[in-house]
Design a binder for this molecule. Structure first.
Ligand code: ADP
Ligand code: MG
Length: 249
């Protein structure tokens, strides 16, 4: 049993079958890539995992519990975090100020349980922010204005803001789309560091084959809304069915 089990998922948009008979099992602590031509249904599938869309058929189980019928917020609380294509950070704030936002949000959930909060807890938050920034090698940039950073560093900061929630599953939809090569490599290194340092499962949708083959333990090829092949990276390269799916791209 994988940490994420997708069974017979189907999703229609009016007359368009965006997904049909999707079966996917993502092993705990692996990096599973979902690739496929434009319009294959990759983003739709991801949206079904995070509660943004509800599949018409099938089931989605995460860590032994169904995600169907839960709100995106509840699914996030179950341990699934999603990183968007464009980094979701506040450009007007410094790196450090951005980092404090998810920490305040995390604390405020428990805050209501305590009638009194001492100043020492603010210190603890600051230390946690610094530890997290150190973890993604951004501590020396903590006073920098977020707007002036490279795409790769923005991605690094966003990832740190995501990781303070301690997600069990990190979902990424084309995290390197539109990036220059240096920023793409920076993002690959970051994801490798994250994988090495923590118990985390990564599911990544990615167009850039260099990224896919640098990171993935397992690859699912989606074509016309349905999985075509699932295999180890070395068997995906040059697979006739995969080449066929990408023809005409
Ligand atoms: P991918 O991410 O693999 O490029 P998508 O999941 O975005 O593919 O899209 C799969 C298909 O579903 C496409 O034909 C797309 O036009 C269609 N589609 C996606 N979202 C919607 C929507 N909200 N309404 C109608 N059609 C959609
Ligand atoms: Mg997409």
């Amino acid at each position: 049993m994988g940490i994420l089990e997708v069974k017979d998922v189907g999703k229609r948009f009016g007359g368009l079958k965006a997904l049909s008979d999707v079966n996917l099992s993502v092993k705990e602590n692996s990096c599973h890539a979902i690739i496929g031509p434009n319009g294959a249904g990759k983003s739709t599938l991801l949206n079904c995992l995070v509660g943004k869309l509800i599949p018409d058929t099938g089931s989605v189980m995460f860590d032994g519990q169904s995600v169907l019928g839960r709100s995106p917020h509840e699914i996030n609380q179950m341990g699934i975090s999603r990183v968007f294509q464009t980094p979701e950070i506040f450009a007007d704030l410094t790196v450090f100020e951005n980092m404090m936002i998810p920490l305040f949000a995390k604390r405020d959930g428990a805050y209501r349980l305590h009638a009194y909060e001492s100043v020492s807890n603010e210190r603890a938050l600051i230390e946690e922010a610094e530890r997290m920034l150190d973890d993604v090698n951004m501590l020396d940039k903590r006073h920098m204005h977020s707007a002036s950073m490279s795409r790769g560093d923005k991605r690094r900061l966003e990832m740190a803001m995501c990781l303070v929630q301690n997600p069990k599953l990190l979902l990424l939809d084309e995290p390197t789309a539109g990036m220059a090569r240096a920023d793409t490599n920076n993002t690959i290194d970051l994801l490798k560091e994250i994988k090495a340092k923590r118990d985390i499962t990564i599911a990544i949708i990615e167009h850039d084959m260099h990224v896919v083959f640098s990171l993935a333990d397992r690859i699912t090829v989606l074509a016309q809304g349905t999985p075509l092949v699932e295999d180890a990276p070395e068997n995906i390269k040059g697979h006739p069915k995969v080449q066929e799916a990408y023809l005409g791209e």
